[in-house]
Design a binder for this molecule. Structure first.
Ligand code: 5AD
Ligand code: SF4
Length: 444
């Protein structure tokens, strides 16, 4: 049987999806290889969220032409959000692409691959589904460290933020049966995993209504409670939450379980109420700050991270300053910061003007980045002297004598290894820091 090689770009959902794809194809007899020189198919799981994500894939496809000259049997397929957005047009524009499959069409991959091989023609499967959750597929843990794994709990998104392409590439929101989620987490724990991250575009709106009669629906706090109850030695993380429906009940459940990690990713996008409204975010800055206050009330030691967009349509200098103010008020531990990129099909593309010049977007973004760097460093300095429980993940990139791990707040801590091993929980006292990392020593 042929070999397949999978390359993944984009968000954690995409990495989780690649593990489902690997599983689906392995079941049909394909072998997943990690040597690109020794494969029959290259599957590229792609992101469409910003134009530069797509340009990166285009560049990669051009690079791969040389490899195809050397290995004439190799066929390339595009999976994921870019495949869904562009569909068969992508195979016309990029002649070395033989097939495309969207996020809900992965069960058709064995068929697509066989068709491409046998008939030499191109093939596409891009239909979106309202029910597909791949709940029955046990993911092949690609490139896993055996310690930490992703579990996809829902798919799709229907929030329709004005800038965002995801509702068009991943379809309607649907939640996966909680029993299959708990079973997957338990099986990972039994195999020795110490941490699971529950993934969804908007996990707070997770809701599963069993078709069996008389069972109440399961919401996200209830699901978290069930997964966290598997064992106190299994850490549970989740991403991403939408501020509009971050409930006190979820915070209560988080506070009640020591193994639910004290870290919330809460994308703010902008500090300006007018921008938030234009973005169709369904909250204003006062609501957002109220949710931050609620997090701190339930869990004073919780870390908070965010996403932000600089230079959305018609954003004024004053509105940009409001975003900086928001950063000063919340004091995020980490932020993913982006320049606005107009995406076809979105509300913004249809109704708004991409009117902030690129140089101005860059300037605003750099201001946010500089401020956030300062805040992260100040936050980290406050951790010096504290002792944290750390899950050891592996060798530090800098030195073989050092290991790294994360505390509950998801901060990376580097320390001299002594006799610690990956997969262990140990106590580490923080002795120093940078804006990005804590340094510490093991305490007995
Ligand atoms: N331009 C820039 N950033 C975007 N994001 C989503 N769409 C766009 C876009 N068109 C950012 C948001 C989101 C994160 C995943 O990507 O901040 O939370
Ligand atoms: Fe993930 Fe969104 Fe990129 Fe799709 S477009 S891979 S959902 S970040």
């Amino acid at each position: 049987m042929p070999n397949i090689y999978i390359e993944t770009y984009g968000c954690q959902m995409n990495f989780a999806d690649s593990e489902i794809v690997a599983s689906l194809l392995q079941k049909e007899g394909y072998t997943v290889v990690d040597d690109i020189e020794n494969t029959d198919y290259i599957l590229i799981n792609t992101c469409a969220i910003r134009d530069n994500a797509e340009q990166r894939i285009r560049k990669r496809l051009h690079e791969l032409r040389a490899l195809q000259q050397r290995h004439r049997q190799v066929r390339i397929g595009i999976l994921g959000c870019m495949a869904e957005r562009l569909q068969s047009q992508l195979m016309v524009e990029e002649e070395n692409v033989s097939f495309v499959a969207g996020p809900d069409a992965y069960r058709q991959l064995p068929d697509l691959l066989a068709r491409v091989r046998q008939s030499g023609t191109k093939a596409a499967a891009t239909e979106l589904s309202t029910t597909e959750t791949y709940a029955d597929i046990e993911p092949v843990r690609l490139g896993s460290n055996g310690i930490s794994a992703y579990i996809s709990i829902m798919r799709g998104c229907q929030n329709y933020c004005a800038y965002c392409v995801v509702p068009y590439t991943r379809g309607r929101e649907r939640s996966r049966d909680p029993q299959t989620i708990v079973a997957e987490a338990r099986s990972l724990f039994d195999q020795g995993y110490k941490e699971v991250t529950l993934l969804g575009q908007n996990v707070n709106s997770y809701r599963f209504q069993s078709p069996a009669e008389g069972l109440p629906p399961v919401d996200f706090p209830e699901l978290m409670h069930r997964v966290a109850s598997i064992s106190p030695l299994l850490r549970v993380r989740f991403a991403t939450s939408h501020p509009k429906d971050l409930s006190d009940r979820l915070l209560e459940v988080m506070a009640a379980h020591s193994n639910i990690c004290k870290c919330i990713h809460l994308p703010v996008q902008s500090g300006s109420d007018r921008m938030l409204k234009l973005m169709n975010r369904h909250y204003d800055s006062a609501w957002y700050l109220d949710r931050i206050a609620a997090i701190r009330r339930y869990m004073p030691d919780c870390s908070i991270t965010t996403d932000v967009i600089a230079g959305f349509c018609s954003e004024t200098e004053e509105e940009h300053q409001m975003t900086l103010d928001m950063f000063r008020k919340v004091r995020y531990d980490y932020a993913y910061m982006f320049k606005f990129s107009m995406r076809p099909d979105t509300y913004a593309a249809k109704h708004l003007q991409d009117d902030i010049p690129d140089a101005e977007k860059t300037r605003r973004l750099e201001e946010i980045i500089a401020l956030q760097g300062q805040i992260a460093l100040e936050n980290n300095r406050k951790e010096v002297g504290k002792t944290f429980e750390v899950l050891v993940e592996g060798e530090s990139h800098r030195s073989k004598e050092q290991l790294f791990g994360r505390n509950s707040q998801n901060k990376v801590i580097v320390f001299d290894r002594q006799d610690a091993r990956p997969g262990q929980y140990i106590q580490v006292k923080v002795t120093d820091c940078t804006a990005a990392t804590l340094k510490g020593e093991i305490v007995r």
